[in-house]
Design a protein around this ligand. Sequence first.
Ligand code: ADP
Ligand code: DP6
Length: 538
Amino acid sequence: MAASASASASVTLASAPGKVLVAGGYLVLDRAHTGLVVGTDARLYTAVQSQSLDLADEAQALGASDVPVVVASPQFESAWWRYAFDAATDTLRQLASADGGQNPFVQEVLQAALALVNARAPGGLRAWLAAAGAPGAPTRRAGLKIVLAADNDFYSQRATLGRMGLEPTAASLRRVPPRAETGTTLGAVHKTGLGSSAAMVTSLVAAILAHYGVVDGSALGVVDGSALGADGGSALGADGGRHRAAEADCVRLIHNVAQYAHCVAQGKVGSGFDVSAAVHGSHVYRRFSPAVLAAAMAGGGGSAALVDATSPQNPGWDSEVAPLAVPPRLVLRLADVDAGSSTPGMVKKVLQWQRDAPEQAARLLASLDAANGRVRELWAALATAHHDDSEAYDCAVDWCAQRASAEWSTGPGPAAAAASAATTCGLLADLAAATLRMRQLQRELGDRAGVPIEPPEQTRLLDACMAVPGVCMAAVPGAGGFDAIFCIVLGPAAADAVERLWSSWSEMSVSPLLAKQASRGVCLHSIGCFPDLAQRLS
Ligand SMILES: Nc1ncnc2c1ncn2[C@@H]1O[C@H](COP(=O)(O)OP(=O)(O)O)[C@@H](O)[C@H]1O
Ligand SMILES: C[C@@](O)(CCOP(=O)(O)OP(=O)(O)O)CC(=O)O
């Protein structure tokens, strides 16, 4: 990793994707099990620029070793925060904010990432301050301006569409400008479950570390906007770059710092699958042992404990990340469900049930893990079938796309072709069956633990989705509940058919998202490709 702290007017722009936990909710909390997590083309962006900041009265409150940092999230009302990071003591303090409140996720990233810059860049931030020179006016100071911006899918667009007089359809969503204002506050906005805090934390860590050269931007990869679309590939290995040593170290450092800051901000060590997805894109995830963060989170060890905990060479990071890709020609579609119910405390209740009925829980979780493993195997088998005979694969997908999954096991028949097409139909039929099995076990888990993982309202919707021609998988993502569903379908016509079902669904309001699967994890961009972000920096 190259490291130098230089004052530069150039903008560092990083982004990280949202996630869908297709299989493995609750299981991923335990290292014994894994989860299948798919990255999305909805991303959260952070732009960082060294600027001469006009701080008015606050400039008086700054000491010589303070680096002022101004953060804004202009899609939200009352969403700016001003801080000072004391490079002599590695401490961050908030100077002011729009509503007098705090943003713990932003704050913990700034504290950790700037302390790391101070520790890892030669001369640290003091060298950077010295290079920045004397302020031109009493109210001005050299500092950092940071702008956060999320793709629209992270937040429900119902209210925005309502204001525009549009129905909640994909066509309407395409008319909302990119990274549009939400018209509300961060506290009140309706999230869609793509993991905004993990994507924000990860992109902010990457942007700060890259801005100061603590991670090498060229090793991380600079991707232009047009290369960020949906794809079916796996981020790990598919682009051939993820495993180069320099890049691996950069990515590991960003991952470790983001996991640390996310855990501190949320006040607990979770499974970390959402941060892992923001870093790596789609993959099979096995969690890290929380012990790696214990010393740093307990405090007292200062920056040395942070440097040690987050080091890419720290062997305590035992999370496992294996390649995963949605099979060729299959597409992920998501919907935000507005059932008017919320389900707080589901994780707590599931964990309590595991403690109360350990044997029964172990059996059920093992069955669910096996069902999830079957989905993973079938995704891999479909990729192999495509690789071995793409023509037969396409023929099978086209045939199945016109029929409901219950009819797929018969295959296209002798006239339609090769044995390999029949094999692909069989794999697709097995995938639909494995989805039903996974859902059945999720419902059982919900019943046993007394939480609505797939409540009856969602069961009716998902059953109807599974009956649409070309729908291969339909289930609740992550922790489940009333808020969202995902479908994996055989191409755009099936996606349109599912969307028609959603718009006609009367029991609950089901609103599509535009997000699709996308393999890319955290990366950098040139600001020139994102004029909306450039404008918000000035
Ligand atoms: N675009 C953003 N700008 C600023 N802060 C954000 C943004 N998105 C997320 N956050 C931070 O993350 C918090 C939401 O975290 P959380 O409730 O865990 O939601 P999620 O499940 O989407 O991660 C917000 O209150 C805020 O602190
Ligand atoms: C239950 C879980 O295993 C999965 C939750 O997945 P979601 O995708 O539902 O997550 P949110 O971002 O909180 O909406 C808890 C965990 O692993 O953190």
